[in-house]
Design a protein around this ligand. Structure first.
Ligand code: URA
Ligand code: CA
Length: 433
């Protein structure tokens, strides 16, 4: 086989065979195929698309390019949740103990944050002593015993995706549905998921800015998952404004505890219940979504969900006292209120820019090596659709420096107050095929 023939074929709009895709992924990963040929093929895919068979083949070729996590020693159906990323997205921190509390095993491999979206591990590390450096055996034992453990990314997972993604990043080929969908799905499958629940975000804070693009990506991923034998469904949820009220590591951890106690923000709670119900049904712990929702509500009301979180933190070295004493979490030196400059209704809180404001305070990494400040961030008191009076606090900034003029300017530039407005739709659609 010659790479140039595959490039010609795709450029002319023809489909590649599974054999050709396997060959191309194998030889690109081991360095036989040069970057210039792979980038040319990626551009041809960008313009000519891939059919369903090609997408599934590309996904599985990338899965097989490296190690796969073997979760077969964990009893039950391992359901993984994946979010396409957002600002202040505290969902995983709440969902994991919540569904574990009703018996769905959660064996989560997670990463650190980069840029303006936070990583689950960073948020958990706001708890003193908590760590994800556990052995694979320990990980499996904890999930079997307590239904929940989180491990840091280990092993050589999907090296083909890493290499192709890095190339796409600098060749104008990131924004291609077949390439994004296969990239995300390959990582979930390599991480051992039997079933996958996807939370595809839409809006300015998301990767997919429009609802149509989000739907196309969701359909593509659901189709790949189901075609390769992993039951997969997706919901499309709003990321035009930040999710919940808190943005920042310790602040989101506290928000997760509040939500597990049944006292969380309305939007975060609703999203968690929607995703959680799907996970419980896929995990075989309920027949219907209504039944699943009832189980989840009971776990919150009885305190079982919060207890599960406590057990989980303790199992991985964390100080479980934080659950009842959130003041033990890292605290910022200054709390600075941001008063509304006029009265009216909040009509816009640009999610992306709030993420950047939080990063300017030190909550996020610009490069992989950056140290982050776990204490800082934002807590919104008003969301889109809320009434506000002039002088009332829109949000509190948690900062370790007193001079935050640049952060304030960024916030004011990205919140709009008008005469009328309403809350955005939180959950747009559910996609099962
Ligand atoms: N996230 C991924 O993991 N892969 C992509 O291609 C785009 C976003
Ligand atoms: Ca939040």
């Amino acid at each position: 086989m010659r790479m140039v023939d595959l490039i010609d074929k795709k450029r002319d709009g023809k489909a590649l065979t599974t054999e050709e895709i396997n060959w191309m992924v194998e030889h690109y990963t081991n360095g036989d195929i040069p970057d210039y040929q792979m980038s040319s093929l990626a551009m041809a895919i960008y313009f000519q698309d891939m059919n369903d068979e090609e997408r599934a083949a590309l996904t599985m070729a990338m899965v097989h390019s490296g190690d796969m996590i073997d979760l077969s020693k964990i009893e039950g159906i391992k359901v993984d949740k994946h979010s396409t990323g957002g600002v202040g997205d505290t969902t995983t921190l709440v969902l994991a103990p919540l569904v574990a509390a009703v018996g769905v095993p959660v064996a989560k491999m997670s990463g650190r944050g980069l840029g303006h979206t936070g990583g689950t591990i960073d948020k958990l590390e706001a708890v003193d002593g908590f760590h994800v450096e556990i052995s694979e055996d320990e990980f499996i034992r904890l999930v079997n015993e307590d239904k929940l453990a989180v491990i840091g990314q280990s092993g050589n997972l999907t090296p083909a995706d890493k290499k192709i993604y890095a190339l796409r990043d600098v060749t104008g080929t990131v924004n291609s549905i077949p390439l994004i969908a296969s990239s995300i799905m390959s990582k979930k499958i390599a991480a051992g998921a039997d079933a996958i629940v996807l939370d595809v975000k839409t809006g300015n804070g998301a990767f997919m800015k429009t609802l149509d693009d989000a739907k196309a990506l969701a359909h593509a991923m659901v189709k790949i998952g189901n075609d390769v034998g992993r039951q997969t469904m997706a919901i499309i949820s709003d990321m035009s404004q930040p999710l919940g009220n808190a943005i920042g590591n310790a602040l989101e951890l506290k928000e997760a505890i509040d939500t597990l106690r049944g006292e969380g923000p309305e939007d975060l709670t609703e999203l968690v219940m929607t995703l959680g119900s799907q996970m419980v049904v896929l995990g075989g712990k309920a027949e219907t979504l209504d039944e699943a929702r009832t189980l989840l509500q009971e776990a919150i009301d009885s305190g079982a969900a919060l207890d599960k979180f406590r057990t989980f933190l303790g199992n991985q070295g964390g100080n479980t006292e934080v659950v009842d004493h959130p003041e033990l979490l890292p605290q910022a030196k200054y709390q600075i209120d941001i008063p509304a400059k006029s009265s009216g209704v909040v009509t816009e809180i640009v999610a992306n820019e709030m993420g950047i404001a939080s990063m300017m305070l030190g909550a996020g990494r610009q490069t992989k090596e950056d140290e982050i400040d776990l204490a800082v961030g934002l807590v919104l008191h008003k969301k889109v659709g809320d009434k506000v009076e002039e002088g009332e606090s829109l949000m509190t900034v948690y900062s370790n420096t007193e001079s935050i003029d640049d952060v304030k300017a960024k916030i004011y530039d990205n919140i709009t107050i008008a005469q009328t407005g309403e809350a955005p739709t939180l959950i747009h659609t559910v996609i099962t095929e």
